[in-house]
Design a protein around this ligand. Sequence first.
Ligand code: AP5
Ligand code: ZN
Length: 207
Amino acid sequence: PRILILGAPGAGKGTQSKRLVDAYDIEHVTTGDALRANKHTETEYGTPAEYMDAGDLVPDPLVNEIVKTALEDADGFVLDGYPRNESQVEYLEDVADLDVVLYLDVPEEELVSRLTGRRVCPECGASYHVEFNPPEEEGVCDECGADLVQRDDDTEETVRDRLATYRENTTDVIEHYRGTDEFVEIDGAQSPDGVWADVRDAVDART
Ligand code: AP5
Ligand code: ZN
């Protein structure tokens, strides 16, 4: 299946995308991870870090290129973190068709506590939450034993900026897809397992 997953920062897109990848054997195409891997690469627009650490969007040309290259060789995929504005929506329409568009809806205060409490593994990419999904041993990755870190943009101040950027730019993206046959709104405030049950039903119903 060709899946687009939408939602605010912290809505659980990454968490559910991992499950989709395992269940349907598809590619995880995520602009956030791709940008983090090249955070300090100089481009004609500067480095991605300058934008990301301020909670701003990275310029469209840099991000569009990532998506185009990744979708070109993907059979099935879950696209996560893109599109985030109207111009990215138009670009995506030219490069891929979608079977299902999932929108994870979560109230804003819940988003702040999810993001500020997130801890990630710098070695294997596993993601935890100090309260909602803690590792067995505090600060240590269950998968590989590495020390967990907080993402640079998960400080409370940058989280607030990311949410403001989301409201300004990406609310229109949700409205663009709402009302299309592919669109499914999911209550993202449930437990990860509860959200997953709805996600799987939505994908199975449309593929
Ligand atoms: P990106 O990496 O895409 O970040 P984001 O959209 O802000 O999303 P997150 O990864 O923070 O959240 P998520 O929804 O995946 O949540 P998760 O599952 O981890 O982008 C980062 C930056 O890159 C942007 O700010 C921008 O600068 C740039 N960028 C990226 N794409 C771009 C684009 N297209 N154009 C321009 N710039 C772009 O869950 C969060 C936490 O909650 C975890 O701790 C998790 O354990 C916990 N959790 C998950 N689900 C639940 C649940 N159901 N109940 C309780 N806790 C839960
Ligand atoms: Zn790890």
